[in-house]
Design a protein around this ligand. Structure first.
Ligand code: UD1
Length: 323
């Protein structure tokens, strides 16, 4: 049994990671400032420290509790906001993340799994995108993820660390067993916005562009279920604890789904037509983004369990109805 500090463990992906860590028989310590994470997402079996990654003293105190490894998911993730308020992203996603590895170095913690993103690639030059694809982020959010990956690479050499940077494609869905109760607040992504349109919280769903060169004119993305992502974190942690070397790994499904297909799946699951409006393209949206997960399979032995968009949508819709 190992003891894992999960920074951002009360958040959307973090809470699923904590569940997977506990399920695998390990101990979890959640470190979260509850700025976007929620108390309702905490598991009673996991210790909780309410703290900010910008508070170095608190972080060091947390890290000195016999921690074996860290999962860092305490980041800001609104792409649009990162272009308007880059300083918020610089401070949280770069300075905060550096605090984590500095505290690890001071406390002798040697392994970290980092929540990175497909946003490090920018506009895809070929598909599916593998880890050798050029790195040209086109938004500041993606830049912060890449910047920290590079720090991990340096620290792994200079401070004798090992790390796994997991580059998520489009994270979606909720725990199918209903153990995660905190619905994401102020969601910015397609599927939660669809749900808001279906429940009347929004008047309609704006689809950003239907004139892309794709099979139905709308953008193609690789939607990967959050429970599959969580499983990969545990596999990455266990590999690192076993002495595996540092790696950067894509987490996606090698399956592209268009915005229209997500809408159709949602309409089928929910059982009603959505009020859809086609509007201008959103600047910076690639037409198509799909992952190769060959490396995840090879290095971690990981494969997504969720492969069908309807099943994925159902887990989000069920969450809506948990009350
Ligand atoms: C982006 C980032 C991803 C990041 C994620 C976190 C890139 C390339 N991708 O994903 O790395 O982890 O945000 O938030 O930077 N859409 C609509 N209407 C809406 C909302 C979305 O049509 O109201 C469409 C978008 O144009 C896109 C798809 O739905 O084609 C998915 O959008 P979204 O959920 O915002 O995620 P990405 O922008 O793909």
């Amino acid at each position: 049994m190992v003891k894992i500090l999960v920074a951002g463990g009360a958040g959307y992906i973090g809470s699923h990671v904590v569940k997977a860590i506990l399920k695998a028989g390990h101990q979890a310590v959640v470190y979260d400032d509850l700025s976007s994470g929620q108390r309702i997402n905490l598991f009673p079996q996991a210790e909780f420290i309410q703290g900010d990654i910008l508070d170095y003293a608190a972080l060091k105190e947390a890290m000195s509790r016999n921690i074996d490894a860290v999962v860092h998911l305490a980041g800001k993730k609104a792409v649009g906001e990162s272009m308007l308020v880059p300083e918020k992203y610089a401070v949280n996603n770069i300075t905060g993340a550096l605090n984590i590895i500095n505290a690890m170095a001071e406390c002798g913690v040697k392994h970290i799994v980092f929540s990175s993103s497909a946003a490090v690639y920018g506009m895809p030059e070929y598909l599916p995108v593998d880890e050798k694809h050029p790195l040209n982020p086109i938004n500041y959010y993606g830049f912060t993820k890449l910047e920290f990956e590079r720090n991990l690479e340096w620290y792994s050499r200079l401070k004798d660390f090992s790390y796994m940077a997991l580059r998520y494609f489009n994270a979606v869905g909720y725990d199918a067993e209903g153990d995660i109760r905190g619905k994401e607040l102020n969601p910015q992504n397609l599927l939660p916005i669809i749900i808001e349109a279906a429940t009347g919280k929004r008047e309609c769903l704006n689809v950003f562009g239907n004139d892309y060169e794709t099979r139905d004119g709308t953008c193609v993305r690789d939607y990967v279920h959050v429970t599959d992502l969580a499983k990969a974190h545990v596999m990455a942690l266990e590999k690192l604890m076993d002495g595996a070397k540092s790696e950067v790994i894509n987490l996606g499904t090698n399956t592209g789904t268009t915005v229209k297909e997500v809408i159709q799946a949602a309409e089928k699951v929910i059982g009603k037509k959505l009020n859809v409006k086609y509007v201008e393209r959103r600047p910076g949206d690639p037409a198509e983004l799909v992952a190769s997960y060959d490396k995840a399979k090879k290095v971690l032995g990981w494969e997504p369990d969720y492969k069908n968009i309807e099943d994925i949508v159902r887990t989000t819709w069920n969450m809506e109805n948990l009350g």
